[in-house]
Design a protein around this ligand. Structure first.
Ligand code: FPP
Length: 269
Protein backbone atom coordinates (compact mmCIF):
# COMPACT_ATOMS: atom_id res chain seq x y z
CA UNK A 1 0.00 0.00 0.00
CA UNK A 2 1.28 3.50 -0.85
CA UNK A 3 2.49 5.21 2.28
CA UNK A 4 1.28 8.82 2.52
CA UNK A 5 3.46 11.40 4.23
CA UNK A 6 3.17 15.09 5.09
CA UNK A 7 6.81 15.81 4.31
CA UNK A 8 6.67 14.17 0.86
CA UNK A 9 9.66 12.01 1.70
CA UNK A 10 9.64 8.27 2.25
CA UNK A 11 10.37 7.30 5.84
CA UNK A 12 13.93 5.96 6.08
CA UNK A 13 14.51 2.53 7.61
CA UNK A 14 16.80 4.19 10.16
CA UNK A 15 13.97 6.47 11.30
CA UNK A 16 11.52 3.56 11.43
CA UNK A 17 14.01 1.71 13.69
CA UNK A 18 14.29 4.73 16.00
CA UNK A 19 10.50 4.87 16.31
CA UNK A 20 10.18 1.17 17.06
CA UNK A 21 12.87 1.43 19.75
CA UNK A 22 11.06 4.39 21.31
CA UNK A 23 7.76 2.51 21.29
CA UNK A 24 9.40 -0.49 22.97
CA UNK A 25 11.28 1.62 25.53
CA UNK A 26 8.18 2.96 27.25
CA UNK A 27 4.92 4.84 26.98
CA UNK A 28 4.38 7.19 24.04
CA UNK A 29 2.66 10.33 25.37
CA UNK A 30 -0.97 10.41 24.30
CA UNK A 31 -1.02 14.21 24.08
CA UNK A 32 1.95 16.46 23.27
CA UNK A 33 1.59 20.25 23.40
CA UNK A 34 4.25 22.53 21.93
CA UNK A 35 5.16 26.19 22.38
CA UNK A 36 6.86 26.77 19.02
CA UNK A 37 9.26 29.59 19.82
CA UNK A 38 12.35 31.13 18.25
CA UNK A 39 11.32 31.63 14.62
CA UNK A 40 12.38 35.29 14.69
CA UNK A 41 15.75 34.60 16.33
CA UNK A 42 16.38 31.73 13.93
CA UNK A 43 15.78 34.08 10.98
CA UNK A 44 18.01 36.76 12.52
CA UNK A 45 20.80 34.23 13.03
CA UNK A 46 20.62 33.49 9.29
CA UNK A 47 20.62 37.21 8.41
CA UNK A 48 17.06 36.86 7.16
CA UNK A 49 13.68 38.49 7.83
CA UNK A 50 11.33 37.12 10.52
CA UNK A 51 8.75 35.68 8.11
CA UNK A 52 11.45 33.38 6.72
CA UNK A 53 11.70 31.84 10.20
CA UNK A 54 7.94 31.28 10.27
CA UNK A 55 8.07 29.67 6.80
CA UNK A 56 10.77 27.19 7.80
CA UNK A 57 8.78 26.71 11.03
CA UNK A 58 5.98 25.27 8.89
CA UNK A 59 8.40 22.53 7.73
CA UNK A 60 8.99 21.68 11.40
CA UNK A 61 5.21 21.57 11.94
CA UNK A 62 4.95 19.04 9.09
CA UNK A 63 7.85 16.89 10.29
CA UNK A 64 6.64 16.83 13.90
CA UNK A 65 3.03 16.15 12.92
CA UNK A 66 4.07 13.30 10.65
CA UNK A 67 6.38 11.70 13.21
CA UNK A 68 3.77 12.02 15.98
CA UNK A 69 1.23 10.24 13.76
CA UNK A 70 3.73 7.48 12.97
CA UNK A 71 4.61 7.01 16.64
CA UNK A 72 1.01 6.74 17.80
CA UNK A 73 0.65 10.09 19.59
CA UNK A 74 -3.11 10.76 19.55
CA UNK A 75 -3.22 14.56 20.16
CA UNK A 76 -0.76 17.26 19.15
CA UNK A 77 -1.57 20.83 20.22
CA UNK A 78 0.53 23.63 18.71
CA UNK A 79 0.63 27.20 20.02
CA UNK A 80 0.57 28.87 16.61
CA UNK A 81 -0.74 32.36 17.52
CA UNK A 82 -1.32 33.70 21.01
CA UNK A 83 -3.77 36.43 22.03
CA UNK A 84 -0.68 38.54 22.80
CA UNK A 85 0.66 38.02 19.24
CA UNK A 86 -1.99 40.50 18.00
CA UNK A 87 0.35 43.16 19.42
CA UNK A 88 3.04 42.39 16.80
CA UNK A 89 3.65 44.71 13.81
CA UNK A 90 0.78 44.39 11.34
CA UNK A 91 3.19 43.33 8.57
CA UNK A 92 4.23 40.26 10.58
CA UNK A 93 0.62 39.44 11.52
CA UNK A 94 -0.44 39.64 7.86
CA UNK A 95 2.52 37.47 6.85
CA UNK A 96 1.56 34.85 9.44
CA UNK A 97 -2.08 34.84 8.28
CA UNK A 98 -1.00 34.42 4.65
CA UNK A 99 1.27 31.57 5.69
CA UNK A 100 -1.54 29.90 7.59
CA UNK A 101 -3.91 30.17 4.60
CA UNK A 102 -1.32 28.90 2.09
CA UNK A 103 -0.25 26.04 4.40
CA UNK A 104 -3.87 24.96 4.89
CA UNK A 105 -4.50 25.08 1.14
CA UNK A 106 -1.42 22.97 0.45
CA UNK A 107 -1.78 20.54 3.33
CA UNK A 108 -5.50 19.94 4.02
CA UNK A 109 -5.79 17.07 1.52
CA UNK A 110 -2.50 15.65 2.70
CA UNK A 111 -3.66 15.71 6.33
CA UNK A 112 -6.81 13.93 5.21
CA UNK A 113 -4.91 11.24 3.30
CA UNK A 114 -2.85 10.64 6.41
CA UNK A 115 -6.02 10.21 8.52
CA UNK A 116 -5.21 13.30 10.62
CA UNK A 117 -8.00 15.42 12.05
CA UNK A 118 -7.48 19.18 12.19
CA UNK A 119 -9.00 21.19 15.00
CA UNK A 120 -8.54 24.63 16.54
CA UNK A 121 -8.89 26.32 19.89
CA UNK A 122 -9.04 30.08 20.39
CA UNK A 123 -10.92 33.12 19.15
CA UNK A 124 -11.29 32.17 15.51
CA UNK A 125 -13.72 35.05 14.99
CA UNK A 126 -10.80 37.50 15.35
CA UNK A 127 -9.15 36.03 12.26
CA UNK A 128 -9.69 37.40 8.72
CA UNK A 129 -12.68 35.81 6.98
CA UNK A 130 -10.46 34.01 4.44
CA UNK A 131 -8.46 32.35 7.23
CA UNK A 132 -11.65 31.29 9.00
CA UNK A 133 -12.97 29.86 5.72
CA UNK A 134 -9.79 27.83 5.01
CA UNK A 135 -9.72 26.52 8.57
CA UNK A 136 -13.39 25.58 8.45
CA UNK A 137 -12.95 23.73 5.15
CA UNK A 138 -9.89 21.82 6.42
CA UNK A 139 -11.67 20.93 9.67
CA UNK A 140 -14.75 19.68 7.81
CA UNK A 141 -12.66 17.66 5.36
CA UNK A 142 -10.73 15.92 8.15
CA UNK A 143 -13.49 15.67 10.77
CA UNK A 144 -13.88 11.86 10.57
CA UNK A 145 -10.16 11.09 10.89
CA UNK A 146 -8.84 9.34 13.97
CA UNK A 147 -5.14 8.61 13.68
CA UNK A 148 -3.98 11.89 15.23
CA UNK A 149 -5.78 15.10 16.17
CA UNK A 150 -3.75 18.16 15.27
CA UNK A 151 -5.08 21.08 17.28
CA UNK A 152 -3.89 24.58 16.38
CA UNK A 153 -4.14 27.14 19.19
CA UNK A 154 -4.95 30.33 17.28
CA UNK A 155 -5.63 33.64 18.99
CA UNK A 156 -5.53 31.53 22.12
CA UNK A 157 -4.56 32.26 25.69
CA UNK A 158 -5.01 30.15 28.81
CA UNK A 159 -6.54 33.04 30.74
CA UNK A 160 -9.06 33.68 27.94
CA UNK A 161 -9.98 29.97 28.00
CA UNK A 162 -10.53 29.93 31.77
CA UNK A 163 -12.46 33.23 31.67
CA UNK A 164 -14.83 31.86 29.01
CA UNK A 165 -15.35 28.68 31.04
CA UNK A 166 -16.16 30.74 34.16
CA UNK A 167 -18.67 32.83 32.17
CA UNK A 168 -20.44 29.69 30.91
CA UNK A 169 -20.61 28.16 34.39
CA UNK A 170 -21.80 31.48 35.90
CA UNK A 171 -24.64 31.55 33.35
CA UNK A 172 -25.82 28.11 34.52
CA UNK A 173 -25.78 29.38 38.12
CA UNK A 174 -27.66 32.56 37.15
CA UNK A 175 -30.34 30.53 35.36
CA UNK A 176 -30.78 28.44 38.52
CA UNK A 177 -29.58 25.27 36.77
CA UNK A 178 -26.45 24.79 38.86
CA UNK A 179 -25.67 24.84 42.58
CA UNK A 180 -22.28 26.67 42.96
CA UNK A 181 -21.28 24.06 45.56
CA UNK A 182 -21.21 21.45 42.76
CA UNK A 183 -18.51 23.29 40.80
CA UNK A 184 -15.33 21.19 40.80
CA UNK A 185 -12.14 20.56 38.74
CA UNK A 186 -13.95 18.20 36.39
CA UNK A 187 -16.72 20.70 35.65
CA UNK A 188 -14.28 23.52 34.94
CA UNK A 189 -12.28 21.23 32.60
CA UNK A 190 -15.52 20.30 30.83
CA UNK A 191 -16.17 23.98 30.03
CA UNK A 192 -12.74 24.72 28.55
CA UNK A 193 -12.09 24.75 24.80
CA UNK A 194 -10.19 21.46 25.26
CA UNK A 195 -13.12 19.66 26.94
CA UNK A 196 -13.05 16.87 24.35
CA UNK A 197 -9.35 16.03 24.67
CA UNK A 198 -7.18 14.73 27.54
CA UNK A 199 -4.71 17.07 29.26
CA UNK A 200 -1.21 17.13 27.71
CA UNK A 201 1.21 14.50 29.01
CA UNK A 202 4.22 16.35 27.68
CA UNK A 203 4.76 20.05 26.97
CA UNK A 204 7.71 21.05 24.80
CA UNK A 205 9.03 24.60 24.56
CA UNK A 206 11.69 25.52 22.03
CA UNK A 207 14.23 28.39 22.09
CA UNK A 208 15.28 27.98 25.73
CA UNK A 209 12.76 30.22 27.49
CA UNK A 210 11.47 28.90 30.83
CA UNK A 211 7.90 30.20 30.55
CA UNK A 212 4.40 28.88 29.87
CA UNK A 213 3.42 32.17 28.15
CA UNK A 214 -0.32 31.94 28.82
CA UNK A 215 -0.66 28.60 27.01
CA UNK A 216 -2.89 25.82 28.41
CA UNK A 217 -2.75 27.12 32.00
CA UNK A 218 -5.38 24.80 33.48
CA UNK A 219 -4.59 21.78 31.34
CA UNK A 220 -0.82 21.73 32.03
CA UNK A 221 -1.22 21.13 35.79
CA UNK A 222 0.47 17.71 35.66
CA UNK A 223 2.21 17.78 32.28
CA UNK A 224 5.90 16.92 32.06
CA UNK A 225 8.06 19.79 30.79
CA UNK A 226 10.76 19.55 28.13
CA UNK A 227 12.63 22.75 27.33
CA UNK A 228 15.23 22.92 24.58
CA UNK A 229 17.47 25.74 23.35
CA UNK A 230 16.79 24.71 19.74
CA UNK A 231 14.82 27.31 17.76
CA UNK A 232 11.54 25.99 16.33
CA UNK A 233 12.66 25.94 12.65
CA UNK A 234 15.48 23.57 13.66
CA UNK A 235 13.30 21.37 15.88
CA UNK A 236 12.76 18.16 13.92
CA UNK A 237 11.84 14.55 14.68
CA UNK A 238 15.19 13.46 16.17
CA UNK A 239 14.80 16.03 18.92
CA UNK A 240 11.16 15.04 19.38
CA UNK A 241 12.44 11.52 20.06
CA UNK A 242 14.84 12.95 22.67
CA UNK A 243 11.93 14.75 24.34
CA UNK A 244 9.91 11.53 24.43
CA UNK A 245 12.89 9.60 25.80
CA UNK A 246 13.17 12.18 28.56
CA UNK A 247 9.41 11.84 29.22
CA UNK A 248 9.73 8.06 29.46
CA UNK A 249 12.25 8.47 32.30
CA UNK A 250 9.95 10.68 34.38
CA UNK A 251 8.21 9.37 37.46
CA UNK A 252 4.67 10.75 37.11
CA UNK A 253 3.08 10.60 40.55
CA UNK A 254 0.30 13.18 40.16
CA UNK A 255 1.03 14.42 43.68
CA UNK A 256 0.92 10.95 45.24
CA UNK A 257 3.64 8.73 46.71
CA UNK A 258 5.37 6.14 44.47
CA UNK A 259 3.31 3.13 45.70
CA UNK A 260 0.05 4.91 44.73
CA UNK A 261 1.10 6.33 41.39
CA UNK A 262 -1.19 4.17 39.23
CA UNK A 263 -4.25 5.71 40.88
CA UNK A 264 -5.30 8.85 38.97
CA UNK A 265 -5.20 12.09 40.96
CA UNK A 266 -8.33 14.13 41.52
CA UNK A 267 -7.09 16.92 43.73
CA UNK A 268 -3.53 16.74 44.96
CA UNK A 269 -0.40 18.83 45.23
C1 FPP B 1 7.21 32.03 17.72
O1 FPP B 1 8.44 32.51 17.24
C2 FPP B 1 6.34 31.57 16.65
C3 FPP B 1 5.12 32.11 16.34
C4 FPP B 1 4.52 33.23 17.05
C5 FPP B 1 4.31 31.60 15.23
C6 FPP B 1 4.41 30.14 14.94
C7 FPP B 1 3.95 29.94 13.56
C8 FPP B 1 4.43 29.03 12.69
C9 FPP B 1 5.44 28.00 13.01
C10 FPP B 1 3.97 29.06 11.28
C11 FPP B 1 2.50 28.88 11.05
C12 FPP B 1 1.93 27.70 11.68
C13 FPP B 1 1.11 26.79 11.11
C14 FPP B 1 0.48 25.81 12.00
C15 FPP B 1 0.82 26.70 9.67
P1 FPP B 1 8.77 34.04 17.47
O2 FPP B 1 8.31 34.81 16.27
O3 FPP B 1 8.16 34.48 18.76
O4 FPP B 1 10.34 34.00 17.56
P2 FPP B 1 11.27 34.93 18.46
O5 FPP B 1 10.88 34.70 19.90
O6 FPP B 1 12.64 34.43 18.16
O7 FPP B 1 11.06 36.34 18.01
Amino acid sequence: MRQFTLTNTEQTSDDKKKQVLLQKAGEIPMHIAIIMDGNGRWAKSKGSIRIHGHKVGVDSVKDITESCAQLGVKYLTLYAFSTENWGRPSKEIKGLMRLLVSSLRKEARNLNKNNIKLDTIGQMERFPKQCQHELQEAMELTSDNDRLELCLALSYSGRWDITEAVKRIARHVKEGRLDPELINDQMIGDHLSTAEIPDPDLIIRTSGEYRISNFLLWQLAYSELYITKTYWPDFRRDELYEAIQSYQKRDRRFGKIPAQKDEKATSSV
